[in-house]
Every structure is written in C-alpha cells, then in structure tokens.
Ligand binder design. Structure first.
Ligand SMILES: CC(C)(COP(=O)(O)OP(=O)(O)OC[C@H]1O[C@@H](n2cnc3c(N)ncnc32)[C@H](O)[C@@H]1OP(=O)(O)O)[C@@H](O)C(=O)NCCC(=O)NCCS
Length: 291
C-alpha cells in the first residue's frame, strides 16, 4: 500500500481489538505456533497492565502498523535493572509504515505515560552492528529520538531518556550461570520469559524436543517472569545444553536443539573422543545472551 502525505497516523493505547496484532508482534494467523503463543501471552500482558504496563499502537489510515510496550522496570523480565524507571522493552513499526514518524511518536507516547506515572526515566536496551539484523532495535534510532547512552557492552547499548534530574541510571543485567551436571544424562537449562514471543516459542520447542528423549535428558526451567529467578540468573532468554549455550537469535529451531543434544549424548559415551561433559564447565560462566 502506498501512503502519501495525506496518510493519517494515530497513536493510542491498544484495545482488546488490537490484541491479536500486539500479542503476536504483528504475526497473527501466520501459524498455529504463533497463535498458541499469543494465547499464552494474553494473561501475562493483562497482569503486567495491572502493574502499570502499557501497550501503545500506531495506526495508519486506521490500519495497525506498529506498537510499543512500556513496562515498569520492577516487573520487566527483559531487564534492565533499576528503580523508578519505565522500560521500553519492545517497539516495532512495520516496513510499510517506515519513516513516517510512527516510531518517534510511539516513543513520545511511552514517555508521556512515564511522565503520567511520575517515573524518573524511560530506558531501553538496543543494539549496534548486528550483522544481518541491522534492523533489530537499532541504537541509532533511539539516539535520534533523544535517548542518551548509559552503557555499551559489545553490541548491546543501554539507553535512557531522563525525566527527572535525580534519576539513578539503569544497569545491564549481569548474567550468572553455573552449570551443574547430572551424571549419565544430558542437562538442558532453559531460561525463558513469557513477555517475548520469540523466547516463549523457543521454550515450547525446547520442551518438545527434550520430552522425546525421556530419561536421557533432564530439562531445567528458569522462568524470568519469576522475579527471584530473574535476579538470581539475570538471563531472560537462553538455552544451554550440558553447559554450552546454543542460540540462533531467532527462535531456536527444533532440529538445532536436537543436534546439540545428540552431540552432548555423544560426549557422554565412555569412548567418545570429545571430553566428557560430566564435570565439565563447572566454573562460573559469564554469559551474554542478546535477544
Ligand atoms: C526502528 C524503527 C522503530 C523506526 O521506526 P520508524 O517509524 O520508521 O521511524 P521514524 O519515522 O519515527 O524515524 C524517527 C527518526 O529515527 C531515525 N531512524 C529511523 N529508523 C532508523 C534506523 N533503522 N536506524 C537509525 N535511525 C533510524 C530517522 O532518521 C528518524 O529521524 P528523522 O525523521 O529526523 O530523519 C523501525 O524501523 C522498527 O520497528 N525496526 C524494527 C525494530 C525491532 O526490531 N522490533 C522488534 C523488537 S523484538
């Protein structure tokens, strides 16, 4: 669809009728897997709303073309950590509405909510130089709409827009993972959150694959929606097979998870040329898990 200068862009809080778009990150009806994920996310987003979270939508000539979430930092399973801040964990404008100002206005609307809630700042985690995924939450976009960089760590950039002078800055999550082997079995440590559809869908795939191995694989789940779990590990999303992280950026494919488990099972063989996984990787591992 072509949109000329007369196209009408509107930003407002989403309503029940916008749920399929927001819950699926614009992919409603594309697969049974996505729609099942939306059904699982619905109660979580309702709970977050009760805690002060908002979902804003962008509408071009009445058609939904984007959204942004604002989630109080105290209940954001994506991090970062801090006090009195509204996080902006996810923002998306469809290509067909690109560069029409929807992104800028969604951010402005989140800032407005933060002011209304008397929050000290809005913070987000974005990225630089993601090879092949330069479109993914670009830090440059947030800088061009007035955010300042708080800290950079590899390709991750923590940014904020301060609303009060006394606001303490947010902090990156600091992932803490210590592998604990299970003798004779492959251990899969799944870190997941229900806020991000990618993580939620990945979790379901990991569960399905692990279930097929029955007693040869132990699955240990860590859900970041449980605040104590998030603070203990500070890993909202990650999959570790016998202590080794596997990840694709997008949802882990079942085939990839299976391959990693098969490789780990091979390492468990007594005559395997690889080192035994039992007892390996016992040290504390600093893990960086980009979304
Ligand atoms: C980044 C994004 C939000 C921009 O939305 P948009 O509506 O096209 O942006 P706007 O038209 O409001 O642009 C506002 C400013 O940001 C800048 N900008 C836009 N896209 C940018 C990008 N990819 N990188 C750097 N700066 C960018 C523009 O220069 C613009 O300033 P200008 O109008 O003064 O030139 C959009 O491209 C997007 O949704 N990307 C994907 C984000 C994502 O990964 N979401 C899923 C997370 S799970």
């Amino acid at each position: 669809m072509m949109h000329g200068v007369t196209a009408m862009l509107a930003i407002r809080e989403t309503k029940a009728e916008d749920d399929p778009f927001v819950l699926s990150c614009s992919h409603a009806g594309e697969s049974a897997e996505i729609d099942a994920c939306s059904a699982r996310r619905a109660p979580l987003l309702r709970r977050l709303r009760l805690g002060g979270a908002v979902a804003l939508g962008a509408f071009l000539d009445g058609e939904t073309v984007g959204f942004a979430h604002g989630v109080p930092i105290e209940i954001s399973s994506w991090g970062p950590l801090g006090e009195g801040i509204l996080t902006l964990p996810c923002l998306y404008v469809m290509k067909k509405a690109a560069r029409l100002g929807a992104g800028r206005r969604l951010v402005a609307a989140v800032l407005e909510v933060a002011r209304r809630q008397r929050r000290a700042a809005v913070a987000t985690t974005a990225y630089r130089d993601l090879a092949g995924a330069e479109w993914f939450l670009p830090a440059g976009f947030f800088e061009s709409v007035g955010f300042d960089v708080v800290a950079e760590r590899g390709r991750e950039v923590l940014l904020w827009k301060r609303l009060r002078g006394d606001a303490p800055p947010p902090r990156f999550l600091e992932p803490i993972y210590q592998f604990e082997p299970v003798p004779g079995r492959v251990a899969v440590d799944l870190f997941w959150n229900g806020f991000c559809p990618t993580s939620d869908i990945e979790g379901e795939r990991v569960r399905r694959v692990c279930a097929a191995y029955s007693s040869r694989v132990v699955l240990r789940e860590n859900c970041a929606e449980d605040r104590a779990v998030l603070l203990e590990h500070q890993i909202p999303r990650g999959v570790f097979v016998d202590g080794r992280e596997v990840g694709w950026g997008y949802e882990a494919p079942e085939e990839g998870i299976r391959d990693a488990i098969e490789a780990a099972l091979c390492r468990h063989q007594p005559n395997s040329s690889g080192s035994s996984a039992d007892g390996a990787n016992l040290g504390r591992t600093d893990v960086r898990t980009p979304r």
